[in-house]
Design a protein around this ligand. Structure first.
Ligand SMILES: C[S@+](CC[C@H](N)C(=O)[O-])C[C@H]1O[C@@H](n2cnc3c(N)ncnc32)[C@H](O)[C@@H]1O
Length: 331
């Protein structure tokens, strides 16, 4: 393969912290246990190590959000989500973020970590330590004790990797996340995300109907030149959604992620499929034990036009995980 290529598949890192000494002294910002106390310029230095730049920054009462040259970051009081694509070296953020969390927020204990990604389209283009999942696991194992690594799906087709810690979380939180990863997208729908056809990010957001997904969201969007699109949406109560689009037909890729809690995800997934019309897609649903009942997710969802390839359920220490992979029926 030669010529222009962009690896849309993101590396996704989520780290939750706790402090051995609780310090929520609001008069002393530098000591209170809150990741949003980390100065923004230091976060940007970490992002430089990962090889991405901040394009947009905004904050709400609960969340600091960054639209990046390669995807997104969300920073909450006790956890952060960092999602980066292309040839970024996301795992280079881990050690510096642990140090910043300790020095600026008093967070000296990692409560849980999730690192995941789908199989790269062109793994040979990735930089160390992302050259293989085994190398990524070795890198994380050099930092964390009790790491466990999983692969879901078919390793000779499309699969999805996860690294987490084999430990019980100390903090009681209600956390659940849906990720929809789509490939082989409808070229007509993808035209929206080219500057040739659409003059601004907000126009792309409206044309695609992304603004209708969560009508009360504050949207921070970006349209790349000549094509490509990223957006972060902030909702009340620390909820968010984020969409990233690589529209080039030879390697088209779209991801959708949200922590908005649902007791069944079928309807939101159907809306996403209608907007993007992918040839193949993967859904991953994570829910901790305090999350809205996830029992209904155990049943395989059915989507017209799509056939199921795989459906796997993994019961982790505090979390249940549902992985499903679908492919469009031949027309
Ligand atoms: C950063 S965006 C979205 C990436 C995301 N992970 C996804 O789901 O595809 C990537 C798209 O923007 C295009 N693009 C244009 N300029 C870019 C830049 N300076 N950095 C990253 N991507 C750029 C790429 O060709 C690609 O189509």
């Amino acid at each position: 393969m030669t010529g222009h290529f962009f690896e849309g598949a993101e590396k996704l890192l989520e780290i939750w912290f706790i402090a051995s000494n609780n310090n929520n002294d609001l008069d002393n910002d530098t000591l209170s246990n809150d990741l949003r106390n980390i100065p923004r310029e230091l976060i940007e230095e970490v992002l430089n190590l990962v090889n991405c730049k901040v394009l947009k920054y905004a904050k709400s009462a609960t969340t600091d959000t960054y639209v990046l040259s390669e995807s997104s970051m969300f920073v909450f009081q006790t956890h952060f989500v960092l999602k980066t694509c292309g040839e970024t070296t996301l795992l280079h953020a881990v050690q510096p973020m642990l140090e910043l969390a300790r020095d600026y927020c008093g967070f000296d204990i990692v409560d849980q970590i999730f690192y995941s990604r789908r199989k790269f389209l062109r793994p040979e283009l990735q930089k160390t330590p992302h050259t293989s999942f085994e190398h990524e696991v070795a890198y994380l194992d050099s930092i964390f004790e009790s790491g466990c690594a999983y692969v879901l799906g078919r390793t000779n087709v499309d699969c999805w990797y996860l690294y987490t810690l084999d430990k019980t979380s100390v903090s009681t939180k209600s956390d659940q996340t849906l990720e929809v990863i789509m490939t082989e997208l409808d070229p007509e729908k993808m035209k929206i995300f080219y500057q040739e056809y659409t003059s601004s990010a907000s126009e792309a957001t409206k044309k695609a109907g992304i603004d209708k997904l969560f009508p009360n969201a504050k949207i921070f969007d970006y349209l790349f030149d000549p094509c490509g699109y990223s957006m972060n949406g902030l909702l009340p109560n620390g909820h968010y959604f984020t969409i990233h689009i690589t529209p080039e037909p030879d390697f088209s890729y779209v991801s959708f992620e949200t922590n908005v809690p649902y007791d069944q995800y079928q309807e939101i997934i159907r809306k996403i499929l209608k907007i993007f019309n992918p040839g193949k897609f993967t859904t991953t649903i994570f829910g901790d034990t305090a999350a809205i009942s996830l029992d209904r997710q155990r049943k395989l969802f059915l989507y017209s036009d799509y056939g199921r390839i795989d459906h796997q359920v993994v019961c982790l220490v505090d979390y249940d995980l549902f992985y499903s992979y679908y492919k469009k029926h031949p027309s």
